[in-house]
Design a protein around this ligand. Sequence first.
Ligand SMILES: *Cc1c(COP(=O)(O)O)cnc(C)c1O
Length: 383
Amino acid sequence: MYDHAATYREQRAAFHEAFERVLSRGVLDWGPEVPAFEDEFARWLGVEHAVATNSGTAALKVALLALGVGPGDEVVTVPNSDIATTSAIHHVGAKVVWVDVEPDTFAMDPGRLDAAIGPATKAILPVHLYGHPADMPALRAIADRHGIPIVEDACLALGSRVGDAPAGKWGTAACFSFAPTKHLGAFGSAGMVVTDDGALADRMRLLIAYGQPRERHYSATPLPLRHLADGLNERLDELHAALLRVKLPHLEGRTDRRKAHAARYAAALADLPLTLPSTRQGAVHTFRNYVVLSERRDALQRHLHAAGVATGTPYAPPLHLQPAFGRYRLERGAFPVAERAAARLLTLPVAPELTPDQIDYACERVAAFFAEDASSPSPSPTS
Ligand SMILES: *Cc1c(COP(=O)(O)O)cnc(C)c1O
């Protein structure tokens, strides 16, 4: 699915230079790399402020805290996401209200949002799943009508766009993950939360760093220790910021390779009994995952596994059917669109460091599955 060592080899010298720069400077905390990375990332994305965190989960948690979400509040999100989306809501003390998704993009269905909003709703948290953005103009219109902020979970969608604006520009705040397998992958855990609201950015900066104003650490003259909030320690470290600064200029090229792999799949798999990913008019899909739907998903997955093709099933079963959230007492059938997708979806390898030959091999093995299937006798009714 991934080849992190190949990515390392491609930019080995630049990684070593960054590593050497940070270690020989000897400033491992409150150095120049984190602010520089934040500025470069904000400029790349086209937002006013970026606050570097030590994970996407931390970014979600800090965005919610800074917006004042807490006990007694509800946050509307979707059940077919990384558990971090829902856990972040719980970890600030709020309650989750899941809504079902669109069948083609797997993202929050704007047609179901209104009914999920109530007097306790404090934020709306759509997820841009697999690299395809949610229908942000429609979600924004509803959120604005209710005066409720949107926090985008853009952890899978760095570089995706809706119309003129990138994923990350539509909400009051937006969260990104730099986990190794995301679009901009760190060598461990890292993340970012962005906003155009300066006061919100200041609150988030306090919250990720013990409630201390950052300025103190960059002041030429000694400043007294001041804790302005009951903060967390969710900051990014200098070494990671330096390594991510090496990777950021290569992000667009790597995303283009994902798109090229996706186009290769689309051409090779077009005539097979699979539902291939679609991209909504006006949207840019950045293919963190290449997701197909098959009525014979489990057999196809076993066949590909035996042929040495890695696959995945993110995120099945959906969160409302996971033991961790049994307290919501939601049964199968609560979110039929998400459940139907979860029972059929399969991701194929699409990482940028993979070669076109590797993608072709995956395509051949998928085609072989359906060819064998067509030539073998139908299963007996009792099987
Ligand atoms: C990866 C991911 C997260 C969590 O990010 P981490 O960096 O792993 O904490 C949250 N939401 C979604 C949709 C993700 O894919």
